[in-house]
Design a protein around this ligand. Sequence first.
Ligand SMILES: [Zn+2]
Length: 494
Amino acid sequence: MAKRIFITGIWHETNTFAHGRTELDDFYAYQYSEGDEIFAAFADTNTEIGGAMNAAMKLDLNLIPGLFAGAVPSGLVTAEAYQTLVKRTLELLEGAGEIDGVLVHLHGAWVAEGATETDAQFLAAIRSKLPPGTPLVATFDLHANLSEELIAQADALVGYDTYPHNDMGARGAEAAQILHRMLWSTRRPVKILRKLPFAPPPQVQGTASEPVAGIMAKMHDMETWGGIWSASIAWGFPYADVAHLGVGILVQGDDHGHALRIADDLAMTIWRQRGDFDAGLVEVEDAVRRAMAAPGGPVMLVDVADNAGGGAPGDGTTILAKLIDQSARKAVVVLCDPEAVRGAKALGAGAMFSGNVGGKSDDLHGPPMPLAGEVVFQEPVRYQRRGDYMTGNWIDLGEVAVIQADGVTVMLTEAKAMPFDADHLTAAGIAATMQQIIVVKSAIAWQAHFRSFAKGEIYVDTPGICASNLKRFEYTKLDRALYPIDDDGIWPAK
Ligand SMILES: [Zn+2]
């Protein structure tokens, strides 16, 4: 008879430096499904659940749905949201009847009020309801801040190997395969975690670029060695002020000594190259000048500090101000500003807009910017992602208005737009390939799509809660020196 596998997940990347809290409604608004709704939501998507569903079919596993909740990366999650989601998961687990195994999809950088080891505590809560010996396999994001506590709660864990993340389906399938292997034997892998005193900003974590590409290739080679079940490197999410911040190397295999040697080898390889993780930021005025002077477009101006997918508000005006100052042509900026959208909606398409845009969520991403121009588009926007990043996900931007202010096109949205593809621009009538300058509020997730046609990219030194210069932040929870937050760290630890 097919084994019964409970599948569930909660996904949140928490920026503890962000203003405001992440509430239950933020999960309901972005991604929430339970029971069979999960299968409808994730079938044929390149997500962990989509991948696990395909693998389960091949492996003859009977998936029993729990819930899947995800919120846009944002500030500390409220205790109420945390407790409600965990409680509901446990209710669904109890109602699921006899279970042979569990798959849990995590982010690994989730921080809730009163639960500093949130992902680990969530797994522990599930574990507490399972008969001893029930195998549990978890997946985590490449930006996870792994900890010993988390690793201890699962029999095996599988992390994304790509950033931009386009292997979520494959990792979900891998987790199901590892679980399947455990269901038919009592064998469990030895898990070795190495934590480096190193926290590179996401901008330099891209797996298609050096130094990460070479390190991942080395890891993948080691993964094929005899006796190794799976290896992952979680490069960490540095905008979380938690004690377990930093790069984690996880090696799982049959033999303790063998897994340990591989983990130490990878750790030393990364540590020796820490100086090569250079963000190469360009000052704003100079960045705009260079983009305007480039022979062809679009040139991407990357506003890492206002990374909408990393917990920033996505309403930063620092680059927009310079584009207007320097009379840029064919430049596009997307800002999340519900108030300005309402103003434009009241006017309607074809009217002249005049008002402040952006800079309203906090005082860390530039001031509100006076803008005047024609409302050239005004409609609600809902679209399905077609790129290879989070393919098939439905995105709702709410009401959207596009203001044409001379050569600068400003797209105002009610919900934050994460530029994993150009579908949000297309949906609002903006042709990405025709632009000279596109501002993206993203670290590197934008690369998955835009790099296929962009003529240049400049990482801009803007202020904000996802800034690549980590010395801008005040960490209070670290118990050791971490490079590059501190001038250096110590490895191997004494
Ligand atoms: Zn990530």
